[in-house]
Design a protein around this ligand. Structure first.
Ligand SMILES: Nc1ncnc2c1ncn2[C@@H]1O[C@H](COP(=O)(O)OP(=O)(O)O)[C@@H](O)[C@H]1O
Ligand SMILES: [Mg+2]
Length: 267
């Protein structure tokens, strides 16, 4: 089972768009997928048009995974949705032991092929939970300086996690430039900065996802880009990203690590 978190400490860089297309894409190819919305804004439920009764907040407060997982309405794809109620989770979990690994324990018995976790721009408790659940990271970076800063801050957070939880395997799977328009200076400058950055260039997906307004329309219509505009450049680019990610085979080291878990506190 592959567990992939889509992260960047900057908002509006294409995290949710990418998480939805990864999860829906692998499901359309026949893998069993689960999309977990760890962003209290709850965009995933809006986009997929699901109306959850129980959500991530119930899971984090002790409900069974089975009781919060809902069908997405698409073959092979289930969802754990979120709602703004989850904004209060940090406070509600304040006194809980090992609160950074609640999600990992709550989802430990699942048997999907792919679990994709969408995250919020805040390095809060939910994002730590996502990073301590996932073994692989996808880092979308839009073509602006602040997105690059957000990417670097994300990697700082990941390094902190590696220090505190050395047993947890967490690899940078893909750095995905989003909204790329090579005709603009902003895109060229951001791509060059990504290529120069030793922490980001190894996993860089060279062409990324080109700027394509159809993505915004697709998501607004509750569709994937493959459904809404299958001939668009974003459809081709997300297909290429999916090819790359499914071919990479993932990380065989699936850390369960219950015995060695420590009670560190980072948030
Ligand atoms: N490749 C792209 N081209 C054009 N617009 C995009 C692209 N990727 C995402 N967007 C748009 O950018 C906005 C932010 O994307 P979103 O996925 O919600 O970001 P995040 O989850 O990081 O906040 C949305 O309006 C989305 O439709
Ligand atoms: Mg989002």
């Amino acid at each position: 089972m592959r567990k992939i978190a889509v992260v960047n400490m900057k908002g509006g860089v294409g995290k949710t768009t990418t998480a939805i297309h990864l999860a829906a894409g692998v499901a359309a190819r026949g893998a069993r997928g689960l999309l977990v919305d760890a962003d209290p804004q709850g965009t995933v439920a809006q986009v997929l048009r699901v109306q959850p009764v129980r959500t991530l907040i119930d899971l984090m407060l002790g409900a069974d995974a089975a009781s919060v997982i809902i069908p997405s309405g698409r073959p092979n794809l289930d969802v754990i949705a979120s709602t703004p109620a989850a904004f209060t989770l940090d406070a509600q979990l304040a006194g809980v032991m090992q609160r950074e690994t609640v999600l990992r324990r709550a989802l430990s018995k699942l048997t999907y092929d792919f679990v994709v976790v969408d995250t919020s721009p805040a390095m809060g408790l939910l994002t730590y939970n996502a990073l301590l659940y996932a073994n692989e990271l996808v880092l979308p970076v839009s073509m602006e300086p602040m997105a690059l800063t957000g990417a670097r801050q994300t990697l700082d957070g990941v390094e902190q996690i590696r220090l505190l939880w050395p047993e947890h395997s967490l690899n940078l799977l893909a750095v995905v430039p989003t909204g790329v328009n090579p005709a603009t200076h902003a895109s060229r400058a951001t791509l060059e900065a990504l290529q120069r950055d030793p922490r980001l260039n190894d996993a860089l997906v060279a062409n990324g996802i080109r700027q394509c307004i159809d993505l915004t329309y697709a998501v607004a219509a509750g569709q994937t880009i493959w459904e809404y505009a299958p001939k668009s450049r974003a459809a081709a680019d997300y297909t290429a990203l999916l090819d790359r990610i499914t071919a990479s085979g993932g990380d065989s080291h699936d850390s369960s690590y219950g015995q060695v878990e420590k009670a560190q506190t980072v948030v």
